[in-house]
Design a protein around this ligand. Structure first.
Ligand SMILES: [Zn+2]
Length: 79
């Protein structure tokens, strides 16, 4: 599927390219959007900045933000 970012117009492809385009937010726009929300909530705008597991598990975006890190940890454990 070919995706077009509804905000900045960037395109990206997941799987096979298609003529039909689906709208969404690109990684960069999601990051900026979540950081804006974090700032509005009075938190650090730390989304996607973490290089290791974030200690702020109260954060609404913790799971989303730490998903890559968790995945990496699991892969390392299985290896
Ligand atoms: Zn975008």
């Amino acid at each position: 599927m070919t995706y077009v970012c509804i905000k900045c117009g960037a395109t990206w492809i997941v799987g096979d390219p298609t003529d039909d385009k689906s709208g969404g937010l690109c990684d960069q726009c999601i990051t900026l959007y979540v950081r804006e929300r974090q700032k509005n909530q009075g938190s650090d705008d730390c989304f996607n900045r973490a290089v290791e597991n974030c200690s702020n598990s109260e954060c609404n975006y913790w799971e989303c933000c730490n998903r890559e890190v968790i995945k990496c940890d699991e892969e390392r454990r299985e290896a």
